[in-house]
Design a binder for this molecule. Sequence first.
Ligand code: GRG
Length: 286
Amino acid sequence: MKLASYLEEKKKIIDQYLENKLPSEKENPSLIHRSIRYSVLNGGKRLRPILTIMTAELLGNSYEQVLPTAAGIELIHTFSLIHDDLPCMDNDDYRRGKLTNHKVFGEAIAVLTGDALLVMGLDFICQNVKVEGVTKDSVLLAIENVLAMLGTKQMLGGQVDDINWHEEKENPDYIKDIYLKKTSALICASLQAGALLSHANQKQILALKNYGENIGLAFQITDDLIDLQQDKKDDDKPTYPTILGIKEAQEEVKRCCQQAKEYMMIFGDKTQLFYELADFIPNREK
Ligand code: GRG
């Protein structure tokens, strides 16, 4: 199947699942449920949950077996976006083409909405044990790995370094490390969750981690390039292309995508979608 139709089909499944499983706006406390639905059901690409499903399918599993975990990871991703947009962090007014959560609901509710989504996301993953054929051990391993990828050595730590960027202004290795933590870590967790729930072996899990790190880097540097083209940067925060130049940043994206594909070779001829995704990243527009 071609990547575009695969992404569209799986996005629909994830959107429908989230729509059904999130508390309705009528449920009390209504304000927080309205805020949760505002930020989750608003046109995200659903890249991370799709990666969980893609990995499960790569390993001969069905999407139904990993759907609660995939959706849980999307909730956790949305939590990180809401907190990242707060005035005390990146102070952004728009996300996914709409006003950011705090612009609509105020800062206090935005913080609580993020908190609620983190808790709910982990609960969704726990609920995966109720799916027939899924073992408790595999769910526990997936949760353990997601938590490791969110902690102080990964996403949270990356955010701390990102906030303190003034200390290491023009160091590309510092920026690369932030990207690995802020962006690649949850992408790796998404791929590995699909693998752990499908009883992958260590070699396969490592290959997926390497693939995830590389597409995460390529994804983030491409984001920088898009921002630069659209003149979107509103502070002096250095990025890959602003330090190394557009050409070198584009070369780095290409290198990462090539590396990513090479890591997937151990899966033989079943990796078409993973290759197509790596090839798509440098050309993406959002
Ligand atoms: C992990 C405990 C804990 C705290 C969070 C706020 C924070 C600490 C981290 C911020 C992480 C962050 C927002 C990274 C940016 C990742 C990124 C590339 C987001 C954009 O992803 P897309 O393009 O977005 O997939 P859509 O809107 O399509 O979902």
